[in-house]
Design a protein around this ligand. Structure first.
Ligand code: HEC
Length: 168
């Protein structure tokens, strides 16, 4: 994956983390927000990403487990690829145009949403489309994080559509 992904980094992540990433951590919650993960409303100016109190960090954590359960036996424990499946992490992962060796993928991967759409229809290769939509979102969050992307809002379709992973 390209270094350009890092542009998704946000300075407010640290603030967001300290306010939202600690909802299991009672003693970090001295700001009176009742520990529901919604304490960042004034920090990121987006105001729309906090439904249910989910955070990108929580998605990544769930996605790591789900990846291990449903994807790692083909794509490798660290997403580096195996003889059975291409890498999902690293410089060679998720190229914009499907290489000639791809049998299933015909679409470009321009944004993270393109990857989501491909994976939710065609993956896991041995049981396509079998996961909950939220599990695909979690796994995508984990894969983005493993490629150096951090977000200060939870991943959803709108955020994924704006996240260009392979610029023209
Ligand atoms: C049974 C093995 C297998 C499992 C399990 C599996 N995959 Fe795959 N995956 C493949 C193969 C094979 C390809 C290449 C498909 C092609 O030829 O286009 C692939 C391709 C992909 C691609 C596109 C990569 C690219 O560069 O074109 C993504 C994204 C992906 N898988 C995500 C996942 C996710 C997420 C999971 C777990 C939910 C998963 N896969 C589970 C075998 C698997």
């Amino acid at each position: 994956m390209k270094k350009r992904w890092l542009l998704a980094l946000c300075l407010l992540c640290l603030l967001g983390l300290s306010a939202t990433g600690c909802s299991d951590d009672d003693n970090a919650d001295d700001d009176g927000t009742a520990g529901d993960g919604d304490g960042d409303g004034d920090g990121d100016g987006d105001g729309d990403g906090d439904a249910g109190g989910d955070t990108f960090e929580a998605q990544v954590a769930r996605g790591e487990e789900e990846y291990g359960e449903y994807c790692a036996h083909c794509h490798g424990a660290m997403g580096m690829g195996t003889t059975m499946a291409p890498p999902l992490v690293g410089d060679d992962a998720l190229p914009r145009d499907p290489p000639a060796s791809r049998m299933v993928r015909t679409e470009e991967f321009r944004t993270a949403l393109d990857v989501y759409e491909f994976a939710s229809e065609n993956m896991p290769g041995d049981d396509p489309g079998s996961l909950e939509m939220s599990e695909y979102v979690d796994i995508l969050a984990f894969d983005l994080f493993a490629n150096g992307v951090e977000l200060d809002t939870p991943l959803d379709a709108e955020v994924a559509a704006d996240l260009v992973i392979n610029p023209p």
